[in-house]
Design a protein around this ligand. Structure first.
Ligand code: PXG
Length: 460
């Protein structure tokens, strides 16, 4: 039995001595000591020192239904007793994964009726790469293998997902481009505020989308399998593309017969005020990635959804030589079903669209209008970012020792608010169950931490 009764110092010592953290400098963290999170309820997490912390990130963009929901807990408990594991490799299936597939065909955009399961967003994106190449091979176009993505995109951390992603520091782990596989190309991102302000947002959206056309012509349409994108880039800094961007991407993909893969790992399951980001931006994807909000992070689960036409081709192509031990895991599937039903029963998607989403975005816009550090507030539904700037006129950001977002993140941490600092943006994605009074608390704490940051930077 796990001993929950250790002191914070003991946890920190064992953590330092035995545990390697993702995306972390182990030596630096070991010296500082990790914060130990022991329990959670609703929109709050608690640490081993008894602090109650408002979780403005819903874990890591995933706890859509909030913490402690008995419906999900009971679904897991019941399923682990009934059938804790069985595989679906050898002509067998079990009720949870069959039922989850059916349920997903109801909540995903029209035409998505077939689902392949995995354990994480990264595995699902690897699946996309393998299935898209298989699709073109079956169609007699085996040279169509290259994936095109965007700089500063995040699609996961396996080798294929790292390569799909556009994070230079990830590509360069293991030497110069040491983690970048061949067959992956990148174009620039549609980040108007920092990269496009000499054009209107609409002009800039078109210009950035047209880089896809240039890249396709450079690589050769006969060599390109797919374009992949997050409707809103999440980890990259909640980058909301201008209104012209997605329609143009869509046009180009159709013109050159390129599959459009929509990575909905963050934007799925209500986050932007619709079930999926494809509805928010009128994107007509051919394949889609789901994870995080699929199970609200209670248990690892992910899925790839295929449009009917893509499935029909795969259906005619013989064996699909791909799969994971935990594809459609029964306990994960049972939790995902309970999670989707919770979202439906509590009308969380409508709540985000009509109430809490607009409320949060208006509060953040007010900070952008009034606070000297905030150049822009951007987002949709319950995902948002505050762009921290040195100069609101020129959009100049802080550099070097003046790390506004890092400073603000640390103040948030010490004032019991989880808000992420990414580049020079503060980003948030609270549980979809957050109330307006909890949003008030989030906004008040954010303002306090921005004030403290501005004071440290000598701005006020
Ligand atoms: N696609 C997107 C759009 C994601 O945001 C993944 C795929 C990969 O999912 P897994 O389950 O393999 O982690 C993600 C994950 C951050 C951060 O810093 C974001 C993610 C993961 C880790 C850190 O915001 N998103």
């Amino acid at each position: 039995m796990l001993n929950y009764n250790r002191t914070t110092e003991q946890w920190q010592e064992f953590d330092r001595d035995h545990h390697i953290h993702p995306f972390t400098d182990p030596d630096a963290l070991g010296k500082k000591g990790t914060r130990v999170i022991t329990k959670a309820e609703g929109s709050y997490i608690y640490d081993s020192e008894g602090h109650k912390i408002l979780d403005g990130m819903a874990g890591l963009w995933c706890v859509n239904v909030g913490y402690g929901r008995k419906e999900l807990i009971e679904a897991a408990e019941r399923q682990i007793r009934e059938l804790p594991y069985y595989n679906s490799f050898f002509q067998t299936a079990h009720p949870p994964q069959i039922e989850l597939s059916r349920l997903l065909s109801e909540v995903t955009p029209e035409g998505f009726n077939h689902f392949f399961f995995a354990g994480s967003g990264s595995e699902a994106n690897d699946t996309n790469v393998r299935l898209a190449r298989h699709y073109w091979d079956i169609k007699g176009k085996p040279s169509k293998r290259t994936f095109i993505s965007r700089r500063n995109a995040y699609h996961g951390s396996t080798l294929a997902a790292t390569s799909l992603g556009g994070m230079g520091y990830m590509h360069n782990m293991g030497g110069d481009n040491g983690s970048l596989l061949p067959g992956f190309e990148h174009i620039e991102q549609p980040f108007w505020y920092l990269e496009g302000k000499d054009m209107t947002p609409e002009e800039f959206g078109l210009a950035r989308a047209r880089e896809l056309e240039d890249k396709i012509l450079e690589v050769g349409a006969d060599n390109v399998a797919a374009f992949i994108g997050e409707p809103i880039q999440g980890a990259g800094g909640v980058i909301v593309p201008p209104s012209t961007y997605w329609p143009e991407i869509q046009r180009i993909c159709k013109k050159y017969e390129i599959l459009l893969v929509v990575d909905e790992v963050i934007t799925g399951f209500g986050r932007t005020g619709n079930w999926f980001g494809q509805e928010t931006f009128a994107i007509d994807g051919d394949m889609m990635t789901m994870a995080k909000g699929l199970s609200s992070g209670y248990i690892p689960a992910s899925a790839v959804g295929l449009k009917d036409e893509v499935f029909e081709v795969l259906n005619s192509g013989g064996d699909i030589n791909h799969g994971y031990t935990y594809s459609g895991h029964p306990v994960a599937s049972a939790v995902a079903i309970a999670n989707i039903n919770y979202i439906k029963d509590h009308q969380l998607v409508e709540k985000v669209r009509e109430e809490t989403g607009p409320y949060l975005q208006a509060g953040l816009q007010n900070l952008a209008d009034t606070h000297p550090l905030v150049g822009e507030a951007r987002g949709r539904g319950l995902m948002a970012a505050l762009q921290l700037v040195k100069d609101k006129e020129t959009h100049e950001i802080f550099t070097g020792d003046q790390d506004a977002a890092g400073t603000c993140r640390d103040y948030c941490f010490n004032n019991d608010l989880i808000m992420r600092g990414t580049d020079q943006s503060m980003i948030m994605s609270p549980p979809l169950t957050i109330t307006t009074s909890e949003i008030d608390e989030l906004l008040d704490k954010a303002k306090l931490c921005l004030d403290l940051t501005a004071r440290d930077l000598g701005v006020i």
